[in-house]
Design a protein around this ligand. Structure first.
Ligand code: ATP
Ligand code: MG
Length: 357
């Protein structure tokens, strides 16, 4: 499957634009602020029904306009088109071949994307939310039940937290609180088990990618950090009862899960070199690609935002060697400098389609 055509209306700085893509490598070039990243983000939006960079749909609408539309025409054995619409006064809809999805999450997972961006470094340096997002995004591309569980978990946690906030003077109706726990317990266990199982499968993909990109035999690992590794959620909620009441929120649970990234058993966040960190982050994304591909048998769409700007020559050469091989399918690269993109792809004998914006 590949994206043949993309049309944008009032999508960030693109008032009306149409792009026709090749099924292999597409280089989107132009000056800073021209809207290159926005084109990649629109492709991401087609697959995931949300922007990679901005979770507020309202802010995707072009300034002073009332709606945005993204249309994609996909080629495969059975070609199809997708239309995403969002208006100031209308909720987001996704249509496939003219038919509206009842719920947006029913569409998630039908088109896989892997987005490699300069911001990926936040996986190492930012808080645990970034790492949970990586985990949840990857699993949700393949497992709709997991995605539904996540949505339900967030809903119940919000309700439980609102309930905890309504209570004054540390008095609480514990029976009612118990009813929220009753809902949280099975969902927490399911999410925990799925994350644990996912990591067991994912780590070998990650190790392979890291070795390939770095050419080194360093021993990398990803450790799943969850309270549920130590105690069952039922016991955890009981233990935290007083804490939760006084903090007026659910202080622990799978919404606090984290990943620890290690090289030779040492946390990379504190002790990794710049080079190791860059390799680690790209390897996570390449592993994400290979993992998704292994599960679906299809090539995800690969979005490479500004990568030549940020990574050094050796690593970008390794990466180019990989992405130019048959293992990868359709690729979108953004760069301010068309010549630089040409120089990266030329040695691998691959033709790029250049789109200047
Ligand atoms: N809702 C919006 N309405 C109109 N313009 C917007 C909106 N959101 C973002 N923009 C504009 O889009 C432009 C940025 O586009 P984008 O990030 O795609 O540029 P780019 O070509 O990737 O630039 P760079 O080379 O610096 O990465 C900015 O000028 C920004 O003001
Ligand atoms: Mg950009």
């Amino acid at each position: 499957m590949f994206l043949k055509e993309l049309q944008l209306f009032n999508f960030k700085n693109h008032e009306s634009a149409r792009f026709v893509f090749s099924d292999k490598i597409n280089a989107i070039t132009g000056n800073n602020g021209a809207g290159k990243t926005n084109v990649l983000d629109a492709i991401y939006m087609l697959a995931n029904a949300k922007s990679y960079y901005n979770s507020i749909d309202q802010q995707i609408i072009q300034f002073d306009k009332d709606f945005f539309t993204v249309t994609g025409k996909f080629e495969e054995t059975n070609p199809f088109d997708l239309i995403i619409n969002f208006g100031k006064d209308t909720k987001k809809t996704i249509k496939k071949n003219g038919k509206v999805f009842k719920r947006i999450i029913d569409h998630i997972g039908s088109i896989q994307t892997v987005f490699i961006t300069p911001n990926d470094i936040s996986l190492i340096y930012e808080g645990s939310e970034e790492r949970r997002k990586f985990l949840d995004f990857t699993i949700s591309q393949l497992d709709n039940i997991y995605l539904k569980n996540l949505v339900e978990y967030r809903k119940v946690i919000d309700q439980r937290n609102s309930f905890l906030k309504t209570n004054q003077n540390h008095f609480i109706d514990e029976v009612l609180l118990e009813s929220y726990n009753f809902k949280l317990i099975p969902i927490s266990r399911a999410i925990y088990q799925t994350r644990k199982h996912f990591l067991e499968e994912f780590i070998p993909f990650f190790n392979k990618a890291y070795k390939e990109i770095s050419g080194s035999s360093e021993n990398c690992n990803i450790k799943y950090k969850s309270k549920l590794e130590e105690i069952d959620i039922d016991v955890l909620l009981q233990q935290n009862l007083r804490n939760d009441i006084s903090a007026q929120r659910t202080t622990d649970g799978i919404h606090k899960d984290d990943l620890e990234f290690l090289i030779n058993e040492i946390p990379i966040r504190k002790f990794g070199s710049q080079g190791q960190i860059k390799t680690f982050v790209i390897s996570l994304k390449i592993a994400q690609y290979e993992y998704l591909k292994s599960k679906t048998g299809n090539n995800p769409l690969l979005l490479l935002d500004d990568i030549f700007e940020k990574i050094d020559e050796t690593r970008s050469n390794e990466l180019m060697k990989m992405v130019c091989s048959d293992r990868f399918g359709q690729i979108f690269v953004s760069d301010t400098n068309a010549e630089r993109v040409r120089n990266h792809f030329l040695p691998h004998g691959i033709d790029c389609k250049f789109i200047e914006i």
